[in-house]
Design a protein around this ligand. Structure first.
Ligand code: KG4
Ligand code: ZN
Length: 335
């Protein structure tokens, strides 16, 4: 079959998403964001799971109708196997397994972190192999050497918190509403990134550590609010800009090192934090400074979406890489 038509499902965290891809072209990408977590200031796994159950059928129906594809035209059903929240992954995987069984078509299990990188193959320009990808999300921070569509090697990663967590936890300490990362980004736009200095993590090789900056922000705030209880309100934009600046510097320092060591000038970013305006802008500046070709995904393909799962599934389909009905979710799935 030259033009496989695949339905893909993403349910690893708090977005229920379905997409349809035909011949490598994404025809629809429907995302239902779960507002239920807002009042808790973070994702509540049990509530995520229940919201996925409510959303999945309407989201799949909308993905098929938007793509103008009927279920009988499908060549395969793909789903996120991991990493992610077990209860959330179970909803997508159970749905995909039943759907594939009912239609008697193959099932494709996709790694969510590989899929974030594969989002770069949805639109042009596409990176050339080999390229480096800085994958930054709420649960992961990785420097990945991408040798081919499905051939990737993690050469550096966080040894503690993910950078998305550092954004979210700082935002929470500053009293910004959930989701913290995008709010911190927005507030930082009005601030001075050099107003306050925070320590830059110093790990060997291409690895990262983000727990130190979180603690230093906590002590900084404790110290400053002792004399002035309004310190945060008065300096909010400057604090956000300074923390964001430090996080971006920490991330890109390792990318610069890896690019230099490996002699690679194709550099991409992926994952939820790649939506950060400071990171996007700094990467553009580095393109000029280091002679890199940089690849920044469209906003809709930065945060969790099924379009990226569909793109990965397309290449797995071409390779004949299918799962059977015994496949189960893997919350800590590696690649
Ligand atoms: O990839 P993603 O949607 O989900 C995971 O797989 O984790 O990433 C979510 C993370 C959250 O930590 C969120 O705060 C962060 O991405 N994020 C941002 C921005 N947009 C999303 N962080 C900083 N600036 C943003 N604009
Ligand atoms: Zn993600």
């Amino acid at each position: 079959m030259t033009e496989p038509t695949i339905l893909a499902i993403e349910s690893s965290c708090d977005e229920t998403s379905a997409a349809v891809i035909r011949g490598g072209k994404v025809l629809s990408n429907i995302i239902a964001t779960q507002a239920v977590h807002e009042k808790y200031g973070g994702v509540v796994p049990e509530l995520a799971s229940r919201a996925h159950q409510q959303n999945i059928i309407p989201v799949v129906a909308q993905a098929l109708s938007t793509a103008n594809v009927t279920k009988n035209e499908l060549s395969a059903v793909a789903f996120t196997r991991g990493p992610g929240l077990l209860g959330a992954l179970l909803v997508g995987s159970s749905f995909a397994k039943s759907f594939a069984l009912g239609l008697n078509i193959p099932l494709i299990d996709v790694n969510h972190m590989q899929a974030h990188i594969m989002a770069h193959f949805i639109d042009d320009p596409k990176p050339n192999f080999p390229f480096l990808c800085l994958t930054v999300s709420g649960g992961h921070t990785q420097v990945v050497l991408v040798k081919d569509h499905l051939d990737m090697e993690i050469i550096g990663q966080t040894t503690d918190d993910a950078v998305g967590e550092a954004f979210d936890k700082t935002a929470k300490m500053l009293g910004l509403p959930y989701p913290g990362g995008p709010m911190l980004d927005k507030t930082a736009a009005q601030g001075n990134p050099k107003a306050f200095a925070f320590p830059v993590g110093n790990m060997p090789g291409y690895d990262f550590s983000f727990s130190g900056i979180k603690t230093s922000v906590l002590y900084f705030l404790k110290d400053k609010t002792k004399d002035n209880p309004n310190f945060v309100q008065e300096n909010l934009a400057d604090i956000c800009a300074s923390v964001q600046y430090t996080l971006i510097k920490t991330l890109l320092k390792k990318v610069v090192l890896a690019a230099k060591d490996l002699g690679i000038k194709e550099v991409a970013i992926a994952g939820g934090v790649s939506a950060n305006s400071g990171l996007r802008q700094t990467l553009q500046e580095y393109a000029g400074k280091y002679g890199w070709n940089v690849y920044i995904p469209a906003f809709q393909y930065c945060t969790d979406n099924a379009g990226m799962i569909a793109m990965t599934a397309h290449y797995q389909f071409l390779k004949g890489d299918f799962a059977d009905q015994y496949v189960s979710p893997e919350p800590r799935m590696k690649f």
